[in-house]
Design a protein around this ligand. Structure first.
Ligand code: SAM
Length: 223
């Protein structure tokens, strides 16, 4: 795979494109300096197919990554990351590894990161890319709608595919004070939910803007 599918060298030209992307996201309302800093650091072009033009890799829209799946729009990645409100040392589970870009953004914090992907081809491909990049991320193949009970509880759970409803199993894998960020709704449009588990194991739900994710599959996903 080395050098065939991905371009993993960075340059001043790409850094300039990242700065422009950060300005664009700031104008669109992303306000967390930590999130913007992470977006500025992660070379998004590492995570898109090698024939993608540099301007495309840093444009604010989703891109096809094969297997009928997408790398999420940078605005969406920044929005979900901002809602997660990451703290140093958090144990975080991402559901829907896909290209690995969202995981790479999360990896900019000093955290313990787990990610799970249902598509075998994407799982293998992205696991190898993380190895090449020396990213110490725990990667799993399987149905993330069930969470990762063996490794629970998690301080943060991030779902990067649209769910028909909030999977009960994920709620029960949150630590006290933990947060689940998940798009919930119809197959093509979803509202972003942030559910916080309080110290009494009760759940407070906040509902944010409308997004359009690929469907979450698996037991608690779309059939
Ligand atoms: N986080 C990804 C990124 O940065 O590229 C976004 C990928 S895409 C929007 C959503 C991903 O969720 C797809 O790769 C899809 O295969 C995966 N997916 C869908 N249902 C899943 C499930 N039940 N468990 C794990 N992954 C799932």
């Amino acid at each position: 795979m080395r050098g065939e599918r991905y371009n993993i060298s960075d340059s001043e030209g790409y850094k300039t494109l990242r700065k422009e992307l950060v300005n664009n996201l700031t104008e669109k309302g992303i306000s967390s300096s930590e999130v913007l800093g992470a977006i500025e650091k992660v070379p998004r072009h590492f995570f898109v197919p090698i024939n993608t033009a540099p301007e495309e890799a840093y444009a604010d829209h989703a891109l096809q990554i094969g297997e009928g799946q997408t790398i999420s729009q940078p605005y969406t990645v920044a929005y979900q990351t901002q809602l997660l409100d990451i703290k140093e040392g958090n144990k975080i589970l991402e559901i829907g590894t896909g290209s690995g870009y969202q995981a790479a953004v999360l990896y900019q914090w000093p955290i313990e990161l787990y990610t799970i992907e249902l598509n075998q081809t994407l799982y293998q491909r992205t696991r190898k890319l993380f190895e090449q990049l020396n990213y110490s991320i725990h990667t799993f193949f399987g149905d993330g709608s069930l969470g990762l009970p063996t490794y629970a509880p998690f301080d943060r759970i991030l779902v990067t595919a649209g769910a028909p409803s909030v999977p009960e199993d994920l709620l029960h894998q949150l630590s006290p004070g933990g947060k689940l960020v998940i798009p919930v709704g119809q197959p093509k449009t979803q509202k972003m939910y942030r559910i916080t588990c309080n110290v009494f194991q009760q759940f407070d739900t906040e509902i944010f803007d409308l997004f359009s994710f690929v469907p979450l599959l698996g037991k608690y996903g779309w059939k």
